[in-house]
Design a protein around this ligand. Structure first.
Ligand SMILES: [Zn+2]
Length: 368
């Protein structure tokens, strides 16, 4: 993209709200949603009809739970994912990924670094995680543990983490004591970092909310949570969906429990992020149609799905109209009459495009 901004039009646009035929401004910094064509006077369009992109352009989609160490990140934009949050790897390697964020065909990357856990706790004995991914906090004296926990948080922050991860998984070994979890939360909040937890095992969701955890890496699947607990969780935590990690949605118990918990969490006003735990098992690289279908069964309509897929959109488009490195393109229009499953299929046809790539789509259209 040269320095001069180019305008293109598109049939439909969504950047936190829908607009019909819309203008997009493309420049060296990315793509800006410039509003409905009707809002612009003839001067803006300068007489000449800008090149046109058919279909729908939407704000960038984020997968809020991936493991880049287990997948080929460069495949993700083709599949519609512009941004990812890596929730756990060897911190030094994860730090290196920040340098490739949004370059070499990679999506934009944010990281958690390592996973803070008890000695022998998850994921130190799981096959998927490299040894250095587990940051174990031991020591007989409470004061020692609290100090070590805080030091791990500071170290992840220094490596560029924008979220801190702890694990509370009683199915896979010992877990941190409450005071140590609290120390992680306090240290992270002192650095303005949210804390995400892998919560697994009966009773762990209640422990997590008591300790001040901000985000759950998975919709809780170990037990059906009571409505009172769901209400508390909805008031103070954000959940990353990951419904499709449980046996392909063929009526598996954990899957059904998760869908049930998520539907009540959503109904109680809980904030939800689309995420797949990509790298965990056989999941598609890109927008996962099965994940969206399961969210549909938990009560998410198109607006709810888009909010979960584009969580940053309110902050990035509110007034300042910052350019997006990539935006989402779907070659046709959303249908108001679509069923929940058809909506999931439509979103799963998304591709993430840079300003240059979007302009190429528009110019290709022109020469047809
Ligand atoms: Zn994970």
């Amino acid at each position: 993209m040269d320095q001069e901004a180019r305008l293109v039009t598109v049939d439909h646009a969504w950047s936190g709200r829908w607009s019909g035929r819309s203008l997009l401004r493309l420049d060296a910094h990315g793509v800006v949603f410039a509003g409905s064509v009707d809002e612009h006077d003839a001067d803006t369009l300068a007489g000449a009809a800008p090149p046109h992109v058919r279909g729908t352009v939407l704000a960038p989609f984020t997968d809020s739970h991936v493991h880049l160490g287990l997948i080929d990140a460069a495949q993700l934009p083709v599949g519609g994912i512009s941004r990812v949050v890596d929730l756990g790897w060897d911190p030094t390697i994860a730090h290196g990924w920040l340098g490739r964020s949004g370059r070499d065909g990679w999506p934009e990357v944010t990281i958690a670094g390592g996973l803070i856990t008890a000695p022998g706790g998850y994921p130190s004995r799981s096959g998927w995680a490299p040894r250095r991914a587990s940051l174990t906090v031991g020591g007989l004296r409470t004061a020692t543990r609290l100090r070590r926990a805080a030091r791990f948080v500071e170290h992840q922050h220094a490596l560029g983490a924008s979220v801190v991860k702890v694990t509370l998984n009683t199915d896979a070994g010992p877990t941190l004591d409450d005071a140590t979890v609290r120390a992680v939360v306090d240290a992270a909040h002192g650095l303005d970092l949210p804390v995400v937890a892998h919560v697994q095992g009966v009773g762990q969701a209640a422990r997590a909310v008591d300790a001040g955890i901000d985000r759950f890496a998975h919709t809780p699947f170990s037990e059906r949570l009571g409505d009172d607990l769901v209400a508390r969780l909805a008031a103070s935590t954000t959940w990353v969906t990951t419904l499709d990690i449980h046996g392909r949605g063929e009526g598996g118990t954990e899957h059904e429990t998760a869908v049930d918990n998520l539907s009540r969490f959503r109904a109680a006003g809980g904030r939800v992020l689309y995420g797949t735990d990509l790298g965990n098992g056989d999941l598609p690289l890109g927008v996962n149609e099965r994940e969206l279908r399961a969210m549909g069964r938990a009560g998410f309509g198109l607006a709810g799905l888009l909010d979960a897929l584009s969580p940053d959109v309110a902050e990035t488009t509110g007034g300042a109209r910052l350019p997006f490195t990539r935006v989402t393109w779907i070659a046709d229009a959303p249908r108001a009459s679509a069923s929940s499953d058809e909506r999931a299929a439509w979103l799963a046809r998304a591709t993430a495009l840079t300003a240059d790539e979007l302009l190429a789509v528009a110019l290709e259209e022109k020469t047809r």
